[in-house]
Design a protein around this ligand. Structure first.
Ligand SMILES: [Zn+2]
Length: 385
């Protein structure tokens, strides 16, 4: 008997001294990879039940603040098409198609050679927003982009969170700033839907501390935080977007990332009051899938206004929930088509957006068909053969 057990024996019942205290290990959070011991159904969905239009991809990129028209392509079309054929992906919508000469290059690289597989959107010339004459210039550029073959407009969260009066410095330019009004109207005139990303998860507006449910994600990407400084709140940003959609009732807006995937009651209220609004689900199955009963009712009620999307980026390994590839689509299909329980929302060692798992929605066929392709086809003016 060593001294510790002897001591313990003598004072048993008096002091709750832990007998094995010195054998306890400290495990860093980054090394904690618990494996679920649940024995539940695991369905591998190789191909979507209906042909899919992925309304939210980034298969070309430019620098949308630098004023440079250059674009780059993280993967050749042949690499994308191979995944698309395996996964029953009919079309990819490339939202970040660029503007000016960059847009023309994107269209020549993707859309022209494969008009039935790739669709390209244009982006605003943010770097020119502070200049006089910008409102008309931007409206004219939408006309030029339409002429070149662009089928819609993409607005990154740049608007509201990055773009300032001197592009990178000065006051933040508001989402409902009237200088963009001619652009929103041009979108309506050319029947180009506006895919708009506004704000970010609520946790991005909170301190990066032990109470933050996205602690690991934000700790790894501290520049994603919009806590403090002169940033508006999540709700202020959302409300500014609401005013834009209300003011431009002829323009079709697709609110990316489910508008607000953490508050489906708020998103429902927006959808109820704005007939020109739809939503897309990219990079948010982690949110929808952890509230499966609320999400299922949401899909039932708004089945004509929800679009499939992933926010996929080829070779974007830093963001596992967005890496374009076979695995990503299998997870999305599993989420939408099956009633599987408690599975990973991203192909990743550790859940990248927060430590939880998701539940499938098991959507019925008519809803699946609308979400996979019919809703997007209607907005894009396409007939799928
Ligand atoms: Zn995106």
């Amino acid at each position: 008997m060593n001294r510790r057990t002897l001591f313990h024996g003598i004072f048993a019942g008096l002091a709750p001294a832990p007998l094995f205290a010195d054998t306890k290990a400290t495990l860093p959070l980054t090394e904690f990879e618990p494996k679920s011991m649940l024995h539940v159904q695991e369905t591998l969905v190789e191909r979507a039940k209906y042909p899919v239009i992925d309304f939210h991809t980034h298969i070309s990129w430019g620098d949308n603040m630098a004023g440079k028209e250059a674009v780059r392509f993280p993967a050749p079309a042949s690499e994308l098409l191979a995944v698309m054929d395996r996964r029953n992906l009919r079309m990819l919508v490339d939202l970040t198609g660029g503007y000016g000469k960059g847009l023309e290059k994107t269209i020549a690289t993707l859309q022209k050679p494969h008009p039935d597989r790739f669709i390209v959107f244009t982006e605003p010339w943010w770097s020119k927003a502070p200049e006089p004459g910008y409102p008309q210039f931007q409206a004219d550029q939408i006309a030029r982009a339409h002429q070149a073959g662009a089928r819609g407009i993409k607005v990154l969260k740049t608007l509201g969170l990055y773009l300032r009066e001197n592009v990178r410095s000065g006051k933040l330019i508001k989402i409902d700033d009237p200088r963009f009004d001619p652009m929103w109207e041009a979108a309506a005139a050319y029947k180009m839907p506006v895919a708009i990303h506004t704000s970010d998860p609520e946790a991005f507006f909170l301190p990066i501390d032990r109470f933050n449910e996205r602690y690991e994600e934000l700790n790894a990407h501290q520049d994603w935080s919009f806590h403090g400084k002169d940033f508006p709140s999540n709700r202020e940003l959302q409300e500014a977007r609401r005013r834009v959609m209300k003011r431009h009732a002829r323009t079709q807006f697709v609110c990316l990332h489910v508008a607000d995937s953490e508050d489906l009651a708020y998103t429902s209220e927006l959808l109820d009051s704005l007939p020109n609004m739809s939503v897309e689900i990219g990079a948010r199955i982690g949110e929808l899938g952890r509230q499966p009963r609320t999400a299922r009712k949401f899909f039932d009620k708004y089945q004509d206004r929800i679009l499939f999307g992933t926010d996929a980026v080829p070779h974007g390994e830093e963001f596992p929930q967005q890496v374009f590839g076979d695995k990503l689509y299998q997870i999305y299909y599993r989420f939408l088509e099956t009633e599987d329980e408690y599975f990973d929302y991203a192909p990743s060692r550790i859940p990248p957006q927060g430590r939880w798992r998701i539940y499938g929605l098991g959507l019925p066929d008519p809803i699946l068909r609308k979400v996979y392709n019919a809703n997007a086809a209607r907005l894009l003016g396409l007939t799928l053969s």
